[in-house]
Design a protein around this ligand. Structure first.
Ligand SMILES: C[S@@+](CC[C@H](N)C(=O)[O-])C[C@H]1O[C@@H](n2cnc3c(N)ncnc32)[C@H](O)[C@@H]1O
Length: 221
């Protein structure tokens, strides 16, 4: 579905702040997934060094994936990042974490499905779509993947996540990325849990950001 923006808030009953608590459990589904995501962020920052790098994170939560990597790097100053998160408390936590970094990080409390929110922040060299694809309809996953080249610079990488509970949508998602002009860099699937992390690099031409588009709506939970 690729509708014009209605400006509505995400429809979900989940307490997303509490959802983040599982990150604190070593060996948990989320802790393992976070490690995989962070490893790819770290690798991408290595691969783009020493150049400046732009990052956007949609539905960023408290930003611990990107901000956690940046906190460990002496070259975080290279990074200009936009984190988009709807929840006020999580956005505030992300801002607090970002304030401790020597980097340019903006946290926008806004609907990350709205293309307009990325104006001025794209094209990005790294795009994080983590924790989205398991919470929206299949049609919205497809719309988001198809729109991803609008967020990307030439050769940019997208890091995304999706559970593999049946019916496992990840083979289809990987096909959609190929259709949208990406090549697969990595696909990691946990042996112990249903999480997976995909990384895709844009090999087609980047596309201009289309204003006024609304790519997804959280409808699970
Ligand atoms: C599953 S969590 C993922 C958070 C983070 N990306 C991570 O992987 O840790 C989903 C996040 O998306 C946020 N969210 C849901 N719908 C949103 C929307 N339309 N715009 C911005 N944030 C949204 C929730 O508040 C929540 O923090």
């Amino acid at each position: 579905m690729d509708t014009t923006d209605s400006g509505h808030p995400p429809m979900t009953n989940i307490d997303w702040s509490a959802w983040h608590d599982a990150y604190a459990e070593p060996g948990s589904r989320l802790a393992d997934r976070l490690a995989a995501v962070r490893a790819h962020i770290d690798r991408r920052l290595d691969d783009t060094a020493p150049d400046p790098v732009r990052v956007v994170s949609a539905c960023a939560g408290d930003g611990r994936d990107l901000l956690g990597v940046m906190a460990q790097r002496a070259d975080a100053v290279r990074v200009t990042a936009l984190l988009v998160e709807y929840d006020a408390g999580l956005a505030a936590r992300a801002r607090d974490a970002a304030a401790a970094l020597d980097a340019t990080v903006e946290v926008r409390q806004a609907d990350a499905a709205n293309s307009d929110v990325y104006a001025g922040a794209v094209p990005a060299d790294l795009v994080l779509l983590c924790g989205i694809f398991g919470n929206v309809s299949d049609a919205d996953v497809r719309a988001t993947v198809m729109a991803a080249p609008q967020l990307c610079s030439e050769g940019a990488e997208v890091v995304w996540t999706r559970h593999r509970a049946e019916p496992d949508l990840t083979p289809t998602i990987r096909g959609w990325f190929a259709e949208a002009g990406f090549e697969e860099v990595a696909f990691e699937a946990s042996d112990d849990h249903v999480w997976s992390v995909g990384v895709h690099r844009l090999v087609a031409e980047p596309q201009p950001l289309e204003p006024g588009r609304h790519w997804f709506t959280f409808d699970r939970g």
